[in-house]
Design a protein around this ligand. Sequence first.
Ligand SMILES: NC(=O)c1ccc[n+]([C@@H]2O[C@H](COP(=O)([O-])OP(=O)(O)OC[C@H]3O[C@@H](n4cnc5c(N)ncnc54)[C@H](OP(=O)(O)O)[C@@H]3O)[C@@H](O)[C@H]2O)c1
Length: 252
Amino acid sequence: MSEKTFAEQHIVVTGGGTGIGRAAALAFAEQGAASVTITGRRSEPLDEVAALHPAVIPVVADVATEAGTDAIAAAVQARGGTLDVLVHNAGVFGLTPLDDLDPADVRHQFEVNVFAPILLTAKLLPLLRSPGGNIVVVSSISARLASPEQSVYSASKAAVDSLIRSWAVELGPKGIRVNGVAPGNVRTPILTTGGLSDETVTTWRSGYADRAPTGRIGEVSDITPWITRLAEPTSSWISGEIIVIDGGRLVA
Ligand SMILES: NC(=O)c1ccc[n+]([C@@H]2O[C@H](COP(=O)([O-])OP(=O)(O)OC[C@H]3O[C@@H](n4cnc5c(N)ncnc54)[C@H](OP(=O)(O)O)[C@@H]3O)[C@@H](O)[C@H]2O)c1
C-alpha cells in the first residue's frame, strides 16, 4: 500500500487517545494524512499520541455534548474546513444487570455510543467532502451476541449497526460512503475503565481465546488496517458494510 494513501486528507478520529482510536489515528498519519484530529475527554493521552506524529492534532472534547461537537467542528474549520474521513470510535462499556440497574449507566452508554455519533455526523456533514467523504464507525460483535448483564452495551452497538446502514443510504447520493468495523475482544483499556476487575478481564480474555477458532483475543493492529482500508479510494464500491474482525468468535 502506498504511504500516501491519505495525502492531503483531513481526518477526525473520536476517542483517538487510547486503544483502537489511537492506533487508527497513527495509521492515518503514517499513510500521509495532512491532519488527524483526535478527541477525548482527557488531554494527557491525546497529547501523548500527538507527540508521536506532527499530523496528529489533539482536541479535548466530550463527543456527547454540543460543546464537544462544536469544538471538533472548529478544529476542522481551522485546518481549511474540509473533512475527508470521520471515524466514530469513542465508546464506553459497562455492565448493566437488570436487577441492579443504574439508569445513569444506561443513559451514559447510549449518550456516548449512539447519541454522540449522531450529533457529530450531523454537525460535520456540511464539512464532509461531497462527493468523496467517508464515515467509518466502530461497532462491536456485541451487537449480534446475547450476553448477560451486557444488554445495554449490546443494544447501543446494534443501534450503531442500524445507523451505519441508514446513513449509507441517506448519504450515498452525496457521494459519501458509510461503513463499520465490528471487533471482538481486543486488548484495550475499555473493560477496565468500564469497571471490570483485572481478574474478570483476564477471565473474559482467556474464555474468548478458548472459544475463538484463532485461539487468541485481538490486538489493535488487527483492527486498524480495516478502518483505513474502508476509507481508501480502492474501497469506493463498499458502503453500508460492517466488517466483523473477531478471530472467528461469531461463527464458533
Ligand atoms: N476493546 C474491545 O474489545 C472492543 C470490542 C468491540 C468494540 N470496541 C469499540 O471500540 C471503540 C474503541 O474502544 P477501545 O476498545 O479502543 O477502548 P478505549 O481505549 O477505552 O477507547 C475509548 C475511547 O473513547 C474515548 N471516550 C469515551 N467517552 C468519550 C466521550 N464522552 N467523549 C469523547 N471521547 C470519549 C476515551 O477517551 P476519554 O476517556 O479520554 O474520553 C477513549 O480514548 C469503542 O467504540 C468500543 O465500543 C472495543
